[in-house]
Design a binder for this molecule. Structure first.
Ligand code: COS
Length: 382
C-alpha cells in the first residue's frame, strides 16, 4: 500500500484529499496503458483523461474560473506518475502547453481551453531551440510584423507533443529590445501554413517529441499572448507554476520505486531470510523514505505558497524541482540495486522508472539552471 500519509499535511484541503483518492482508484482501473505506439497511446490518454474530467485543473477561463491550483496539479502528476509515466506526460503537457493562455490569454484565445480540458485538442509549449535551451533569452526564432499579421521564421526543438499537438504556444523574437525584453508569445495552430514537424526525436523513455520548423508562418496579430516584449516573463511565469509539478512527477516515480523495493525486500529470500532483515537493505529503504518525504515537503511547500497567493514562487519552485528530481534519481537507482538483475531487465517496472526519471532533471530547466535561479534569489536578484 503506497504511503498516503502526506495527504494529512496542512498544505492540503479536503477537496485535495478527495481528488487524490478518486484519481488513485481511477488509475488502478485504467493504467498503465500499452506504450507500443506512443502517439496513439498519448492521444488516447488525453482523450480519456479529458472525458473523465481529470484535465479540468490544467486550464482556466470564464467557464472554469478558479486560479490554477498548483496543489491539485501536483497531486495529479504524482498519482499518475506512480502508475504510468505516459499518463503523467499527457496530463502535464495539456497544462504546460496552455499555461500562457490560462494566465495571459484573451477571451478569444481561451476558446481553445474548453477543448484542451475536454481532451479534444492537444497542446504543446515551444520554447527551446537548437541554439538556446537553458539560455532562453538567446533565442533566434523571429516574428516580424506584416500589417495585421506576424510572420514566424525559425526552429524549435525538444518540443513535447511535437507532431501530435493541435496548438503550440510559441516564443519568438519581436525585437522591442535586445535579449529577454524582445521576445513575445504566440498561439499557433498546428494547421498553420508553413509550419512543419521537421524531425521526430526518440528518447530513452519514449513520448511524442519533435523538432519543429516555422517557414514564413503567418498568424494574425490577435494570436499574440500578452503584450509585445513580454514573452520571456510569460514563459518564466508559466515555468514558475509547472516546475513544482515536475518535482511532483518525480515524487510519483520515487514512491513507486520505494513501494516496489519494500515488496521485493519482504519477498526475496537471501542467506535464508528475507532481504528486509539485512541492515544494509534497511539503510537503503530508510534513505529512500527520507528523501521522498523531504522532496514532498519542498514540492507541496512550493505549491501551497503559489496557491496562497504569492506573486512569484521562483525560489520555492526551483528548489522543489531540483531536489525532488535529483533525489528521485537516487531513490530509483537504489531500487534498481535492490532488484538485482531484474532491475535492469527490459519491461520491469523499476527499469522503466530508471529511464523515465532521467529527463526530468533536464527539461523545464536543468538541475544546473535551478541552482543558478536559487542562487540569484538568495543573492537578491531575479
Ligand atoms: N517570473 C517573472 N519574471 C521573471 C522571472 C519569473 N520567474 N524570472 C525572470 N523574470 C524577469 C526578470 O525580472 C527580468 O525582468 P526585469 O529586467 O524587468 O527585472 C527578465 O525576466 C529577465 O530575467 P533575467 O535577467 O534573470 O534573464 P536571464 O536571461 O538571465 O535568465 C534563466 C536566466 C537561467 C533564469 C532563464 O533563462 C531560465 O529559466 N532558463 C531555463 C529555461 C528552461 O526552463 N528551459 C526549458 C524549456 S521548457 S521544457
Amino acid at each position: 500500500m503506497p504511503d498516503r500519509s502526506f495527504l494529512g499535511w496542512p498544505f492540503f484541503e479536503t477537496r485535495h484529499r478527495a481528488w487524490a483518492e478518486k484519481l488513485d482508484a481511477w488509475c488502478a482501473r485504467n493504467l498503465p496503458v500499452d506504450h507500443h505506439d506512443v502517439d496513439a497511446a498519448c492521444r488516447a490518454l488525453v482523450r480519456t483523461l479529458g472525458e473523465d474530467g481529470w484535465l479540468k485543473p490544467t486550464a482556466i477561463d470564464a467557464e472554469n474560473p478558479a486560479p490554477l491550483d498548483v496543489r491539485t496539479l501536483c497531486i495529479t502528476r504524482e498519482t499518475l506518475a506512480r502508475y504510468d509515466g505516459l499518463a503523467d506526460f499527457a496530463f502535464a503537457m495539456q497544462g504546460l502547453g496552455t499555461g500562457a493562455i490560462s494566465l495571459f490569454g484573451t477571451a478569444e484565445q481561451k476558446l481553445w481551453l474548453k477543448k484542451t480540458r475536454a481532451g479534444e485538442a492537444i497542446a504543446a509549449f515551444a520554447l527551446s531551440e537548437p541554439r538556446s535551451g537553458s539560455d532562453v533569452a538567446n533565442m533566434d526564432m523571429a516574428a516580424t510584423t506584416d500589417g495585421d499579421f506576424y510572420v514566424l521564421d525559425g526552429e524549435k526543438t525538444w518540443i513535447s507533443n511535437g507532431g501530435i499537438a493541435d496548438i503550440y504556444t510559441v516564443f519568438a523574437r519581436t525585437g522591442e529590445a535586445p535579449g529577454a525584453k524582445g521576445i513575445s508569445a504566440f498561439l499557433v495552430p498546428a494547421d498553420s501554413k508553413g509550419f512543419k514537424v521537421a524531425e521526430r526525436l526518440e528518447v530513452i523513455a519514449p513520448h511524442p517529441l519533435a523538432r519543429l520548423a516555422f517557414d514564413g508562418v503567418r498568424i494574425p496579430a490577435s494570436a499574440m499572448i500578452g503584450k509585445p516584449g513580454d514573452g520571456f516573463k510569460i514563459a518564466m511565469s508559466v515555468l514558475d507554476v509547472f516546475r513544482s509539478t515536475v518535482g511532483a512527477a518525480a515524487l510519483g516515480f520515487a514512491r513507486r520505486a520505494l513501494d516496489e523495493s519494500v515488496k521485493r525486500a519482504r519477498e526475496r529470500q537471501v542467506f535464508g531470510a528475507p532481504l528486509a532483515e539485512l541492515q544494509m537493505v534497511q539503510g537503503h529503504l530508510a534513505e529512500m523514505a527520507l528523501d521522498i518525504d523531504a522532496a514532498a515537503l519542498l514540492v507541496y511547500r512550493a505549491a501551497w505558497t503559489k496557491d496562497a497567493g504569492a506573486a512569484r514562487v521562483t525560489r520555492e519552485a526551483a528548489m522543489a524541482k531540483l531536489y525532488a528530481t535529483d533525489k528521485a534519481q537516487e531513490v530509483i537507482d537504489k531500487a534498481v540495486q535492490l532488484h538485482g538483475g531484474d532491475g535492469v531487465r527490459k519491461g520491469h517496472i523499476v527499469e522503466s522508472l530508471y529511464r523515465e526519471i532521467r529527463a526530468l532533471r533536464i527539461y523545464e530547466g536543468a538541475s544546473d539552471v535551478q541552482k543558478v535561479v536559487i542562487a540569484r534569489q538568495v543573492l537578491g536578484g531575479n
